[in-house]
Structures are given as C-alpha cells and as structure tokens.
Design a protein around this ligand. Structure first.
Ligand SMILES: Cc1cc2nc3c(=O)[nH]c(=O)nc-3n(C[C@H](O)[C@H](O)[C@H](O)COP(=O)(O)OP(=O)(O)OC[C@H]3O[C@@H](n4cnc5c(N)ncnc54)[C@H](O)[C@@H]3O)c2cc1C
Length: 461
C-alpha cells in the first residue's frame, strides 16, 4: 500500500514544534532512522514527520494538524502492525510510545493504562496486585492495537478477549474532540472500539477489568509433526477447564536445551500452555499434556504470569520481516489439519510459525452483536505466515504464505482475525468484520466521515 502525500510543509512542522510537548522528528534530525523503524522490517517507510506525543494534548494537536493539512496520519502504539499500518511514506507518524502511565485500582480490580504501553508494561503493573487481564503472548506487543482488533491470549478462554475486558477508553476523534467512551457514554463508539480496530479515532488510554491471576503453570511442550498429535490436542481441549490456555503451533524445533539436538530445526508441533487454575491441579495438566502425544521436549514450569508472555520475546525480536494471514475455524476439519501439516512440514525459516488460538469458553459467552468483534462461535483463530530475516527471501516467503492461504481457504468459509492480516488483504475487510460491518461503517461515517484514520484494515465511511 502506498501512503505518500505531500502536505507536510515548514509551516505545519513549525506549528507542531511550537504546540506539542513531545519530540517532533524530521528526516534530517539525528535519530530519525531509529524513530521511523517499526517492528516488521518489511515496511521500510520514510514519514515526513514523527511526533512523539507526551500526552492527550499532543494527540489532539497532531490530529487537528493532519486533518487541516490533509496529511496521511499513522498511529503507533507498540508498533507491531503486521500490515505496516503504523508507519507511512511522506505523512505523519503519531508515536504514542512515550505515553506509558499505568494506574491499578486493586479494590475495583481495574487498570487504566496509556495507549503507548506494551503488554509487558501492563502485566508487570497488575501482577504486583495478583491481577491480570487477557493480553498478547509476546510482551513487546502494544496494548492498544491488540485490544482494538479483539485481543487473544492465554487467558482468553477464562477471561474473554482483551476487548471484552475493556471498560472505558479515552479517544481523540477526527474533529479533534476528546471523548471518554464506556457502555453508557458514547456507547456506539465504545462498541466499535471493541474489535473495529483503529478506524474511529486515536485512543489515548484504556481501562480494563482485571482477574485474580498470579503464578501460572506454563510453557511449551513439543511433539512430532503428526495428525494424531493434533487430534490429541483437540481431545485435550474438548473438556479442558477454561483456566487452561493452550495454543497449538506448527514450528521448527528451536535450539533449546530441553529439546534433544536431533529435533533442532525439524518441523514439529508445539502446545503453548498457560494453566491459571489451582496449583493443586498442576499434575492433572501435565497428565493431559502427556496424553496429547509422545513428548519430544518440554519446558513447563510454575512462573509468574508476566513471565509466560516473555518466553517467546527473544525468538521474535524487532527487525525481522513478517507476512502473515489469518482465518477463523468453527472446527478443525481433517482437510484443514492436512493443510496445516503440509505447510508445517515446509516452514521456510526458523522464526516462521502457525499458531491456533482457542476462542471458546468466555469468548463464546459474549453475544456476537455485543461488541464489534463478530466471531463468537469459532473454535480457533489461526495466524499463519512467514517470519524471516533476509530481504533476499521476501518473494519466496510471501509466495509460501499465499500458497498456504490458498490451500486453507476452501476449508474456511469465514473471515480471519484483522490483527493477523497482511497489507494486501483489503478485499477481506468486510468478511473479517462479519455481520457487524454495516454497523461499523455507520460509526465510521459519524466519527470519521473524511477517513482521516485510514491506515488500518479500513472501514470506508
Ligand atoms: C510478535 C507478535 C505477537 C503477536 N501476538 C499476538 C497475540 O498474542 N494476540 C493477539 O491478539 N495479537 C497478537 N499479535 C497481533 C497484534 O494484535 C497486532 O499486530 C496489533 O496491531 C499490535 O498492536 P500494536 O499497538 O503493537 O501495533 P501498532 O503497529 O502500534 O498499531 C497497529 C494498528 O493498531 C491501531 N492502533 C494502535 N494504537 C492505536 C491507538 N492508540 N488508537 C487507535 N488505533 C491504534 C492502528 O490502526 C495501527 O495501525 C501479535 C503481533 C506480533 C508482531
């Protein structure tokens, strides 16, 4: 997608420099290259301006300037957008990464966090009170982008999606207004924020419901790449307590000390477990994992909840290249399992993985029209696609992901998770928002009729 525009001139830059408290960075400034870099190195863009907001006031000022000058505006929280939407060529990047204040209210079991926080920030802050909410499984991912698209993680079966735990949000809309949204204040906007992505405004802070979660039993268990293992996993999940979060993965065996060397680099299945139920039942969880299939290696220990969301950070550092897609599945059919096994056997790079997040339990108890996240009857959200390091491998990795997608599509009549989508998936926006699309378009018309916020999986006004 090209995002080039020409509207950033000296007057605009000087106006912003004088009006905002945070740094305003231009291409000639020291630190520009570092400031423009996003997590997914596939998106090597050159914005005309990067504004590092110090607070909601800077966000309002920047939104007003972008709108008045008709300049492309990208918003960046954690910067993990797979599709590259948190940067642009020639426009303004509004970087919220310095807005990281967090306040936990243990008596109400809530937390309010500024939109530049990562899940690592939030997990750390709430863990001090023995509390947590559903968030991403890599600690460097931003809370805002993940929550606005839905938000899947280890606690989803027990506590619902991240967006289900959102109880209020402060938002700067396209006209520069600052609105607090809850179920009763600006309820249409609040509804759209819970699954509708960054289409409606710039969220400056988010308030979540928290749950008693302290230490958990968790980590990866590896098995051979075999259909029986997938069946064993499905059996395990069919009657698993909701406090068992267990993500199914197709990966290459990592060079980890708990995995025998002859498995390193070989295609395998992994079950990423997080048991947040009573420690007394740890033995039962271990038994369940051993019934999934023959274990080739395992690192499953008791650990603080924030730690489980850092186990994969090192394997996925910023600066890799990523091209992913996503599909939802009501059930994993034999044919779909066959496709995952075929592509699991040909993973093109060590960082590449397919992950299937179970979305039952508490996720199913939210009615499909209660939030913008439409898919409340699916069993799994699959995210698949290549992650690699060498630009010379771009074409091969993108082609591999597209072939995987084409093979899987006949076995999935539904959409996919917006937060796993590639930049060229614009034709899937409608199906990905499902039956909620028309209502979302109405909210878009009300709050952003000029489509200022278009660097996202865009809902046209
Ligand atoms: C390594 C990795 C692990 C992941 N793990 C998970 C996971 O466990 N569960 C899961 O559900 N998803 C996961 N994802 C997908 C993730 O949800 C999306 O990439 C998400 O967009 C990241 O949010 P961010 O704030 O880091 O991204 P950014 O790149 O900062 O933002 C992405 C988009 O979100 C919107 N946005 C961000 N902040 C705001 C804001 N303040 N106001 C309005 N709009 C905003 C904008 O449209 C922006 O373009 C993962 C992605 C990666 C790369």
């Amino acid at each position: 997608m090209t995002t080039a525009v020409t509207g950033v001139d000296d007057t605009l830059v000087e106006g912003l420099r004088g009006a905002v408290r945070g740094a305003v960075i231009q291409p000639a400034d020291a630190g520009y290259d570092q400031a423009r870099a996003v997590y997914n190195a596939l998106h090597d863009r050159r914005p005309a301006l990067i504004v590092r907001a110090a607070g909601a006031g800077d966000v309002i000022t920047t939104v007003n300037a972008a709108r008045a000058n008709d300049v492309a505006l990208a918003v960046r929280g954690g910067g993990h957008s797979i599709a590259g939407f948190s940067t642009c060529d020639g426009g303004i990047v509004l970087d919220l990464g310095n807005m990281r204040g967090i306040r936990v209210d243990p008596s109400q079991r809530t937390v309010r966090a500024e939109a530049g926080c990562t899940w690592g920030d939030l997990d750390h802050a709430t863990h001090a009170f023995g509390l947590a909410t559903t968030g991403g499984i890599v600690s460097t991912t931003g809370i805002a982008g993940l929550t606005l698209g839905g938000g899947m993680g280890f606690l989803a079966r027990r506590c619902g999606l991240s967006c289900d735990n959102l109880i209020s949000a402060d938002v700067v809309t396209a006209d520069g207004a600052f609105l607090t949204c809850t179920a009763s204040r600006n309820p249409d906007l609040f509804w759209g924020l819970r699954g509708g992505g960054g289409n409606f405004g710039i969220v400056t802070s988010l308030e979540y419901r928290l749950h008693p979660v302290s230490d958990v039993l968790g980590g990866p268990t590896f098995y051979p790449l075999d259909a029986d293992v997938v069946r064993g996993y499905l059996d395990m999940m069919s009657d698993a307590p909701e406090a068992l979060g267990a993500v199914l993965g197709f990966v290459l065996g990592p060079p980890a000390p708990f995995l025998p060397e002859h498995w390193h680099g070989r295609p395998m299945i992994v079950v990423l477990t997080c048991w947040s139920g009573p420690a007394d039942d740890d033995g039962q969880i271990r038994d369940r994992l051993s019934r999934v299939g023959p274990i080739t290696g395992q690192f499953v220990e008791r650990m603080p909840y924030p730690t489980i969301n850092t186990l994969f950070d090192q394997a996925l550092p910023a600066g890799l290249r990523h091209y992913w897609k996503g599909v939802y599945a009501r059930e994993l059919t034999i044919d779909a399992i066959g496709v995952h096994l075929d592509y699991g056997a040909t993973l093109p790079a060590p960082q590449t993985a397919t992950l299937l997040f179970p979305l039952d339990g508490a996720c199913h108890r939210v009615a499909p029209e209660q939030t913008a996240f439409a898919y409340r009857d699916v069993a799994f959200a699959a995210g698949f696609g290549a992650s690699w390091s060498d630009p010379a491998d771009d074409d091969a990795n993108i082609a591999w992901t597209r072939a995987y997608d084409a093979a899987l599509r006949p076995h999935s009549t539904h959409g996919g998770y917006v937060n796993f989508m590639a930049p060229d998936d614009a034709d899937r926006v409608r199906v990905n928002y499902g039956h909620n699309y028309d209502r979302l378009a109405g909210i878009k018309r009300r709050y952003d009729p000029g489509n200022l916020f278009r660097l996202n999986h865009n809902i046209a006004p």
